[in-house]
Design a protein. Structure first.
Length: 511
């Protein structure tokens, strides 16, 4: 498995890295256009995500409940961040598994965020238990189509960040693929003292974000998309697409030249800077400084203060690799939610239906727009009157004429739902992505072990030389002293012989 740590393997070529990152963005946008849930006008009720959203943004019904939330919020924040950093990051990933990618503060911000979300979930249960009712529900206070646009903006933003970071890192590289586009690299890194690179990245980011958000908000779904020649995938095709996205998300991480440690063994030409900056890493200690500005505890509470985490809990650094791939791991949560939606998609759960039967548009998905009609058919996001969400309830099956007055407002999508093989086929289609998710942790662990083993072998190979040099160095020093002594003795003998010869020559000559 030399390819795990070999930066020269063909799929880690700069062109391959940039191409996969761009492919993720294109697939994300294509799936957004194809997914029928993005046109659903049913209210969004999502367990977990909805509870977190309601806890943070929904206004409570009384001042006492507001005070209770203000008390629980900092406790939740500290507990979640402590669990993510101290338990998961330091004890599990660093000490137990010894993963080098999490050395120092690597990945701390990501794990602290995940820990905070988990702690909010537990806090919601405690909060509702104290109140005695479900004060905080799974209501997202928006429709499914609005939620889809919000999550798509987050997903595309992470894709753009990854693209810019990878593109910038490739053009800064002088060690791995030093012969790749050398003139372009010179312009990118040296023009205007290096600030051309910084300005160019921010301009590309602003333009890309603006175009992405505008396209998501104004175009691509509903009737406007039906006028194009693109699209028309079934649930199986959409499942394949989301599976490929998950596969590419993890594959992009594996393409990093420093995978799985995200640390260079040698830095011949210096460390790669973070895109849009002149820094090697970003350091955040704002919350630590704010905590230290708080007044000290009275004497009777000092023993409680010793049990609390230190102020350094909220201080961490982010390297370029984690800034690139960290958001992708977060987006994978959105992709998993999308995977669940695709494989378990049933039109009636989202205020949609199909005509059925035979014909070119028999499997096309129809979306209901009438909010009053949907409010009667659904309660808290669950369908309570399934007979209302059918083609026969909206249209005359024989003549095709509308039965309900608002049925004429329903619109047909290009996306299709066939329900073939009992809905089992989409589960097969998502297997590549799910297998990649299962294999990826093994790749990280094996790559880390292999790198540690290679380093250990280098140390062992260098150890005998060091030992021999340490043993022989005194002997060499002593031999050098003996040699110097012998040279000195020879020099004295030579001088004595010359002097003696001169003294002996005079009597001989006189005789």
């Amino acid at each position: 498995m030399t390819w795990l740590n070999d930066p020269k393997v063909w799929w880690r070529h700069p062109v391959a890295r940039i191409s996969i990152a761009l492919l993720i963005l294109l697939l994300d946008m294509a799936l957004f256009l194809e997914d029928p849930v993005n046109d659903s006008q049913v209210a969004a009720f999502l367990p977990g995500m909805g509870h977190i959203y309601s806890f943070l943004f929904a206004w409570p019904s009384s001042a006492g409940l507001l005070l209770l939330r203000l008390i629980l919020l900092p406790i939740t924040l500290v507990a979640g961040c402590w669990f993510g950093r101290e338990v998961v990051h330091r004890r599990l990933l660093r000490k137990f598994l010894k993963l080098e990618m999490f050395a120092d503060t690597g990945g701390t911000f990501l794990l602290m965020g995940c820990g905070w979300c988990c702690s909010i979930g537990l806090t919601v249960l405690i909060y509702n238990g104290i109140v005695g009712k479900e004060e905080i529900s799974s209501d997202m206070h928006m429709e499914m189509r609005e939620l889809s646009k919000l999550t798509q903006c987050c997903s595309v933003s992470a894709d753009i960040v990854a693209i810019l970071m990878i593109f910038d890192a490739v053009l800064q590289d002088r060690d791995v693929y030093c012969d790749f586009a050398p003139r372009v690299k010179d312009v990118w890194t040296k023009a205007c003292g290096g600030y051309f690179r910084v300005v160019a990245v921010w301009i590309l980011a602003a333009v890309s974000f603006g175009l992405a958000v505008w396209s998501i908000k104004t175009a691509g779904v509903g009737d406007s998309y039906n006028d194009t020649r693109l699209g028309g995938m079934t649930e199986s095709g959409r499942s394949v697409m989301v599976s490929v996205i998950i596969f590419c998300d993890l594959f992009t991480v594996m393409q990093d030249w420093d995978f799985p440690s995200f640390r260079k063994a040698t830095e011949v030409n210096g460390r790669i800077l973070i895109a849009g900056t002149m820094l090697h890493e970003l350091h955040c200690d704002l919350f630590t400084r704010l905590v230290r500005l708080l007044p000290g505890c009275p004497g009777c509470f000092r023993h409680i203060r010793r049990c609390l985490p230190s102020a350094d809990l909220f201080s961490f650094s982010i390297t370029g690799s984690w800034l690139t791939y960290g958001p992708l791991f977060v987006v994978m949560g959105i992709d998993l939610f999308c995977t669940k939606t695709q494989v378990m998609y049933v039109p009636r759960d989202y205020g949609q239906y199909t005509r059925g039967g035979e014909g070119p548009e028999a499997f096309n998905i129809w979306t209901i727009r009438d909010q009053a009609y949907l409010a009667e058919a659904y309660s808290l996001g669950y369908l309570i009157k399934p007979e209302m969400i059918t083609y026969a309830a909206r249209w005359n099956v024989t003549t095709g004429a509308s039965i309900n007055q608002t049925a004429v407002e329903d619109f047909s999508l290009k996306s299709e739902h066939t329900g073939w093989t009992g809905g089992f086929l989409p589960y097969i289609c998502v297997l590549p992505g799910l297998v990649m998710m299962a294999v990826f942790p093994c790749m990280v662990y094996c790559g880390n072990k292999r790198k540690s083993m290679l380093q250990a072998l280098k140390d062992v190979a260098a150890a005998p030389k060091a030992i021999v040099n340490r043993i022989l160095s005194p002997m060499r020093a002593k031999a050098s002293e003996v040699a110097e002594g012998q040279d000195g003795a020879k020099g004295d003998d030579a001088e004595g012989g010359i002097v003696g010869g001169e003294k002996g020559a005079t009597p001989t000559g006189d005789g």
